[in-house]
Design a protein around this ligand. Structure first.
Ligand code: SF4
Length: 370
């Protein structure tokens, strides 16, 4: 636990206001913010999960998903408990909705050392919303950057403008997760978010800071698969972030409180992809549909297949050393060069005492498809 940076004291004796995310929780002495990790102790706000992580894995960066950021590299992924959203379909609800601080006690120095020992190329703050533990992510991220590692967020984008004072000191890339096509009614009903506007503000801020951005949209069948809304979202992305911004439409799997719905039909994902292309998006992907042709990257100019993937793994690479199409020379929006780890048996889990871990499927038995 450590005193937070993102908060201010209020006139009312002992009360504070957290400024980490747009909920701007007003917290009385002894109270805790709605994310469950920011605690008012005697009139100061403390980050309860500073130095306590519940899980850590070495993942392919493509798993975040980030397909255009240091492809083929390995990322040390960490999470704490808590979240500022309440998604009824959350696949990580066990940690995001846990309201008890648990995990492995560590320090930024120790985490960076561990990441280097495991041969990771960067850090991902993921599985739960990193904004709520911003001060800890910042301290890890600054050290990681000094050690030559990159830093990425997997985030709902629900961040305050104040939080960018810290973000700008360490963040290199982000995948910003929309759900249900960003439909405000969907977000209110199924994620407990009153107003999605701050997400758009965060994206503009990231763009200003030259942080690499990829967008995901979890397409939920029957309740969050409105094609008009999807078109509106893509149009905003193309106009404000640029047509080169990668967009991933993710297939929903029933989980947590929403096990009554089926998985998203592939056909629905394909309709979303079609709309995004009609709106001018250059790189549009199908997520959670392993083996689908929309897992690959195609050249926006000549249409040739540039990067062949299966799931999180790269199977073929047709770019030159400046990330241009090998066939027509078109510059592809990819930050960083192909990492040394692609298509190798090197992704594994990190075992932490008192923490759960998952072994990532090895790519060795993946056959070339399509
Ligand atoms: S980070 Fe947590 S405590 Fe702070 S405003 Fe958001 S929900 Fe409230």
């Amino acid at each position: 636990m450590k005193k937070a940076v993102l908060y201010k004291k209020l006139e009312k004796e002992g009360w504070v206001q957290c400024t980490a995310c747009p909920r701007y929780c007003v917290i009385p002495r002894g109270g805790i913010g709605v994310c469950g990790v920011r605690w008012n102790i005697d009139g100061d706000l403390y980050l309860m999960v500073y130095g306590t992580i519940l899980t850590a894995h070495i993942d392919p960066i493509e798993k975040k998903p980030l397909m255009h950021f240091h492809p083929g590299t390995a990322v040390f992924s960490i999470a704490t408990t808590g979240c500022n959203w309440f998604c009824k379909y959350c696949q990580n609800y066990d940690l995001s909705q846990r309201r008890k601080v648990e995990g492995w006690t560590t320090t930024p120095e120790e985490l960076v050392k561990l990441a280097l020992e495991y041969g990771a190329d960067g850090f991902a703050y993921t599985y739960n919303e990193p904004t709520i533990f911003m001060e800890f992510a910042h301290d890890v991220g600054v050290l990681a950057r000094k050690a030559g590692l990159y830093n990425v967020f997997v985030t709902n984008g629900y961040q305050s403008l104040e939080s960018f004072k810290l973000i700008k000191e360490f963040l290199d890339g982000a995948t910003v997760d929309f759900k249900g096509n960003g439909d405000p009614k969907f977000l209110y009903k199924y994620a407990g978010v009153r107003d999605p506007e701050p997400i758009y503000q965060s994206l503009l801020e990231m763009k200003k800071l030259k942080i690499h951005i990829e967008i995901t949209d979890l397409v939920v069948p029957q309740i969050g698969d409105n094609l008009d809304q999807a078109r509106k979202l893509v149009r905003w992305i193309v106009e404000n972030l640029g047509p080169e911004t990668p967009i991933h439409f993710l297939r929903f799997h029933p989980d947590y409180l929403m096990v009554n719905l089926p998985v998203t039909p592939t056909r629905t994902i394909e309709k979303h992809i079609k709309i995004a292309k009609e709106e001018g998006a250059q790189y549009v992907y199908a997520g959670n549909v392993p083996g689908h042709p929309a897992e690959h990257t195609y050249c926006p100019k000549c249409g040739k297949l540039l990067i062949r993937r299966y799931g999180f793994y790269i199977l073929e690479w047709n770019l030159d050393d400046k990330n241009r199409c090998k066939f027509c020379g078109y510059p592809i929006n990819i930050r960083g060069s192909l990492g040394p780890n692609w298509n190798k048996d090197r992704f594994a889990a990190v075992y932490l005492p008192n923490s759960r871990y998952i072994r990532v499927k090895s790519p060795s038995d993946i056959k070339k498809q399509h």
